[in-house]
Design a protein around this ligand. Structure first.
Ligand code: PEP
Ligand code: MN
Length: 345
């Protein structure tokens, strides 16, 4: 079972709860200290024993809640925190107000190319620049990114445009390097259950955009978010990017219902990536607008100045012009739903 302490708990209250549990013959452990202290008792216990411990601990000062271990309990859960988490990155806010748009190429290919795209998406109204410097590719022979050079280009494009940068980190070892350049660390779909990586980004002070795994359920996505939160990093953005189904005509299938479902189950902001969901640029606008209508807090969209020559994901990358057109439609849909969802959850 886990014992959730109040966020302003005093050390002495935590010590008293630990002592009471030890008196009962248990071996309690502090499993996290931020955003709140959480004490875990990991021994197998029957229901009667859980009830007996609840009786002893629940009225002690500083104790906010007691839950059985398991998938039903989460720092990511709305039950833990009713208020929506709002993430501030520079002047951008995710989780409050109109949806943010994160746009840019799949991969950073060159300094000039990136700067051209960054300027265009900024002019069109995007609020973040995306671009991979470390690319997880299905084939080891595909373009796998410019690594640190790509990070330097992202930082320069960010300086020139004022757009904060979202970029992927592939390994725990690379976290300090990527965090030096990135405003938001992206965990890709293939790494959603790379628990060592989740813990490594959980130890940084950078917001994390966590993409749903190809074959992951909504609960598994939330449990992966839990790994980051449990390490003390409260700034997690969930990202629905399509899951693998039997339909081969689109790259993946966007689970649109995951948007309201995640908002119901969790206080964390939800971003949708229509590009990886559909895999075809002509399908991206409709799905992007649907995501905004469904209440997404943001979109992540791949854009390229010459998509047919892109080194990765060209087929799904929008042209600069098409992206600019989509941005004005996003604005209208966002206005149409503005305020509709706020009191519904
Ligand atoms: C990406 O956003 O560049 C990416 C690789 O996405 P995903 O992890 O969702 O496939
Ligand atoms: Mn891509």
């Amino acid at each position: 079972m886990v014992i959730l302490m109040a966020s302003d708990v005093r050390k002495a209250d935590v010590a008293r709860v630990l002592a009471a549990l030890r008196d009962q013959g248990h071996d309690p452990r502090i499993i996290s200290t931020a955003p709140s202290t959480v004490i875990g008792v990991v021994e197998e216990m029957d229901r009667a024993r859980v009830e007996a411990l609840k009786e002893i601990v629940s009225s002690m000062p500083g104790v906010e809640g007691i839950e059985p271990f398991g998938a039903s309990w989460k720092l990511a859960s709305r039950n833990f925190r009713g208020e929506a988490t709002v993430i501030q990155v520079g002047r951008q806010t995710i989780g409050l107000g109109p949806p943010v748009v994160i746009a840019g190429p799949c991969a950073v290919e060159s300094r000039e190319g990136l700067i051209e795209i960054a300027r265009a998406v900024k002019d069109a109204g995007a609020s973040f620049l995306r671009g991979g410097a470390f690319k997880p590719r299905s084939s080891p022979y595909s373009f796998r990114g410019l690594a640190e050079e790509g990070l330097r280009h992202l930082a320069e494009a960010s300086r020139l445009t004022g757009l904060p940068v979202v970029t992927e980190v592939l390994t725990p070892e690379a976290v300090p390097l990527v965090a030096e350049y990135a405003d938001v660390l992206q965990i890709g779909t293939r790494n959603m259950q790379n628990f060592a990586l989740l813990e490594a980004v959980g130890e940084t002070d950078r917001p994390v955009l966590l993409k749903r795994g190809l074959m992951a359920t909504v609960k598994e996505l939330l449990l992966s978010a839990e790994y980051i939160l449990a390490k003390g990093n409260p700034q997690v953005i969930l990202c629905e990017r399509g899951i693998r189904t039997f339909e081969p005509e689109t790259r993946n299938t966007l689970d649109i219902s995951a948007v309201p479902l995640l908002k119901q189950l969790s206080h964390l902001p939800v971003v949708v990536d229509p590009s990886h969901a559909v895999g075809k640029r002509e399908l991206v606008p409709a799905v992007a607008l649907a995501a905004v209508a469904a209440g997404a807090d943001g979109l992540m969209i791949e854009v390229h100045s010459d998509p047919d020559r892109a080194l990765s994901d060209g087929r799904q990358s929008m042209t600069l012009d098409a992206f600019a057109r989509l941005m004005s439609a996003i604005h209208y849909v966002a206005r149409a739903v503005n305020g509709y969802y706020t009191e519904e959850r």
